[in-house]
Ligand binder design. Structure first.
Ligand SMILES: C[S@@+](CC[C@H](N)C(=O)[O-])C[C@H]1O[C@@H](n2cnc3c(N)ncnc32)[C@H](O)[C@@H]1O
Length: 292
């Protein structure tokens, strides 16, 4: 039986939030794949590495990691059963044989000690109730000196194109909350957690079992739909049962129209790339490089 510490997140990611991500897996992947180059540059995976992908979702990054670790393997863990079903199905369809998945709450899961050379996460580490405990648990899963690389959102604000556009979008929807997702409890729980590591001081505080911590700002193009109408359909669908009148709908499309390109509706977003190493066997602890 899987032990769960983060029951609110487990509910959200096994409920409407996880189901939406699983149903629209290709679209979500297109939305966030702009961070892949930075993430995998930070992870520096070699052919024989054993890689753990935390909060792997439908496994896009687990499969990339598995291909990079051609003579090693990648394991994706996630708290969401519907997303892991998608991950397993796509992995089988793509014939990736050195990737596997496990339903687990990464904060408390008893990972094999020193069982991994690299831990990665594309936006899967913000949802822990106790970040320090979770990263301590992950440090135990890494071999001494093993690498951690993850991306997580930077603070939202009007200076960031994505949050400016989605903020306007939220205002047009009564009670809007910044990306038009409404106030449903599960959706709100996931959304609040999204921003939990946006302060670099919090990131560093959580990474006590690590050395050589770097926190680097990365700009990223996020793709929301083929055109403004398609993007509005998608964003509205994130809140089950939401309907808007024709005037609001037109105003929502106008909000996104300036960002239509021949590669879809693209908004410039902002993430942190965080890299670190697990403390080595002799407890080596060197001062971390200066914060950005
Ligand atoms: C924003 S999604 C990112 C999914 C995937 N990494 C991607 O880039 O497509 C966050 C993922 O973290 C997972 N998650 C949340 N809390 C978790 C926990 N405590 N342990 C493991 N996975 C968790 C969610 O189920 C979800 O799949």
């Amino acid at each position: 039986m899987t032990r769960i510490a983060n029951s609110a997140q487990a509910q959200a990611w096994n409920g409407p939030v996880g189901t939406h991500w699983a149903t629209h897996q290709e679209r979500y992947d297109a939305m966030v794949s702009g961070v892949n180059d930075a993430l995998f540059a930070g992870a520096a995976i070699s052919a024989g590495d054993r890689v753990l992908d935390v909060g792997c979702g439908a496994g896009a990054t687990t499969r990339i990691a598995a291909r990079l670790a051609a003579s090693g393997h990648a394991v994706g863990v996630d708290i969401s059963a519907p997303l892991l079903d998608r991950a397993r199905a796509i992995t089988a369809a793509e014939g990736v044989t050195n990737a596997a998945y496990e339903l687990a709450d990464a904060q408390i899961h008893p990972f094999p000690r020193a069982g991994y050379d690299v831990v990665i996460s594309r936006g899967g580490v913000m949802f822990f109730a106790d970040h320090a405990a979770a990263f301590r648990n992950l440090a135990g899963a890494l071999r001494p000196g093993g690498r951690l690389a993850f991306v997580c959102p930077r603070p939202a604000g009007p200076h960031i194109e994505e949050s400016r556009a989605l903020g306007l979008f939220g205002k047009l929807l009564e009670g809007g909350d910044g990306d038009g997702e409404g106030t449903d409890g599960d959706i709100a729980a996931a959304q609040v957690a999204m921003a939990s590591l946006s302060d670099p001081a919090r990131i560093r505080e959580a990474l006590q079992g690590y050395v050589d911590v770097t926190v680097t700002p990365v700009g990223v193009d996020t793709t929301w739909g083929r055109d403004a109408a398609d993007a509005v359909d998608f964003i509205l669908s994130r809140t089950p049962g939401r309907t808007v009148d024709a005037g609001t709908r037109a105003a929502l499309e106008d909000t996104l129209r300036p960002y239509e390109t021949n590669r879809g509706v693209r908004l410039r977003g902002a993430v942190w790339l965080v890299t670190a190493r697990a403390i080595t066997k002799d407890g080596e602890k060197r001062p971390a490089p200066r914060q950005q």
